[in-house]
Design a protein around this ligand. Sequence first.
Ligand code: CUA
Length: 396
Amino acid sequence: MEWRRRVRERRTGLWRTLTLLSLGVATTLLLAACGGVGLEESRPYTTTTPESPTARDIQGLYKLVFWMALVVFLVVQTAIVYTALRFRRTSHGADRPAQIHGNKRLEILWTVIPAIVLLVILIPSITTMYDFDAAAEEGDLVVDIYARQWWWEIHYGKDARGDELGVITGNEIHIPVGQDVIFRLHSNNVIHSFWVPQLSGKTDVIPGHINEMSITATEPGEYYGECAEFCGAQHAWMRFKIVADPVDEFYTWVNQWRTATTMAGPAATSGELSRVPDTFGLCLACHQINGTNANVAPVGIESPPTSGPNLTLFACRETLAAGLLVNNEENLRAWLRDPGAIKEGNWMATVIQPGTLSEEQIDELVEYLYTLRPAEGCAGDAVPAVVPDTVAIPAA
Ligand code: CUA
């Protein structure tokens, strides 16, 4: 019978729509559930666990926008689903619904409401931006960051007492807890972006222009950062970390770096400087080690792209090759054997290829590099080390 067929068709259409809808909702919920597992433990690159006032402001803004967007989404989707069901065409050829052109009241409404929504988002966004700018004006400590392809060179400037710290290091940035640190971002190559999700938003690192940002870590700990702007073959392995130390421990680290001549290094010293082993000769042109005669390699913004990280206190670093490898003997050996196989396109690979260093030379270098630590132990060891997502190198 005709009316039965009509009812059946209507039902099938309705069921199909409802099934699709519930599938969509189920998928969304499933994805959300996956994302929520152990965020703090396994995902140091998350913005959802902010650990600085700046990151908390950004997270606050994010939540505001998220909830407003969710309301808009639900209202719009409900209207769409309602309209699709209410006015859908059925095969029994019902009359076309009334065709309407223009409705002043509706048009005013859907212009005014989005304007109000955007205004509610705009005002806190602008005040937050100005707060960040103001914070970057004056800080307790100035740190210059030079983005390389693909690692970070870190120069410490004036601290809260007006002392020039003068420390130069690579990829692992110690800062004092509770102090406002101004990062001045430089590049002499391409555009990079400096990002520590738990501590700040992204700031571009642009050749020929110094961007500034401020970070205050409220809790001691290790915060992971990465380059957030595509900058070449190894962009993904241009990571770094900020180690927020209690203030006294930060100064212990600074002093250890500055008095690196008293390190438990090779006994042979000439004057104030200890001599690096002859095997290090090949490394001299790109790497400095404080307190030694390895002090000719260029550093800073004017240095050529071939310059490498300052290796002072090398044994205290937790990673190699900008967060790519855990700093241990096995990995260091693999790196010295063939850096290009581990991080293709890096500058060190233009000097060191398989066979450039003999196994004896590699042994000697590894042994020497692990003497680059203070006799009393590395400062900051109290902070538990987490090294996420590094790559395991198969034994040679
Ligand atoms: Cu540097 Cu991406």
